[in-house]
Design a protein around this ligand. Structure first.
Ligand code: SF4
Length: 197
């Protein structure tokens, strides 16, 4: 097995956050969802799996994923081809809900334990699509808000880009920022097509 394949197996067996997750409102057990192989040319760096991915074991297998694939200009077959696309969130497990029913943040222990090793195992740096504040801070070194990072897309391309979460909750933000669809998405789709060609 390759280093990346060994690492995927190791991450799948990780239970470091068992006590932490047992103490959440969902009281769930860890279910890591590592999704990468060496040599992927596109890296989707998100926050953490939600409940649906926790149940299915497949990243972005929901309406948000459909919107993300539309933003990237790729179909499901390409998106789920691990030799081409890696999906590496800042925590590999669903972090649970807080008492108010909101997603908890990704446990920092996951990034500290795994992420430098995962990035090394991927090989030459892929085009990095960083979704949300935690991934943007780790991958892009940004310090401000998600909106600030997204608005800097011209500076970040061709190596990377920052996106808001493709959740339907962000539809209002997208409508208030028409340049996102009119300018950023065409540039993103062109760059994704280039790296996956
Ligand atoms: S979130 Fe990361 S560190 Fe915590 S149990 Fe899952 S894989 Fe392990």
């Amino acid at each position: 097995m390759s280093d990346a394949a060994d690492l995927v197996t190791e991450i799948r067996g990780c239970r470091l956050c068992a006590e932490r997750f047992a103490a959440t409102a969902t009281a769930h057990a860890p279910r890591p969802v590592p999704w990468f192989e060496a040599g992927a040319r596109l890296l989707i760096a998100g926050q953490a799996p939600g409940m649906r991915v926790h149940e299915s074991g497949r990243p972005f297998d929901d309406r948000s994923g459909d919107r993300l694939r539309d933003w990237l200009g790729i179909d499901r077959d390409s998106f789920y081809d691990r030799t081409r696309v890696a999906v590496v969130p800042m925590a590999f497990c669903f972090p649970g809900y807080d008492a108010a029913g909101s997603d908890l943040p990704p446990p920092p222990l996951c990034r500290a334990t795994w992420h430098d090793r995962v990035m090394a195992a991927l090989g030459p740096k892929p085009l990095t699509v960083a979704i949300g504040q935690y991934a943007q801070r780790y991958h892009l070194g940004t310090k401000g808000t998600v909106a600030d990072a997204v608005s800097r897309w011209r500076d970040l391309l061709p190596a990377a880009i920052a996106l808001p979460h493709p959740s339907w909750r962000n539809t209002g933000w997208l409508k208030r920022h028409p340049w996102f669809e009119a300018e950023l998405l065409p540039a993103l789709r062109a760059r994704v097509a280039e790296v996956l060609a």
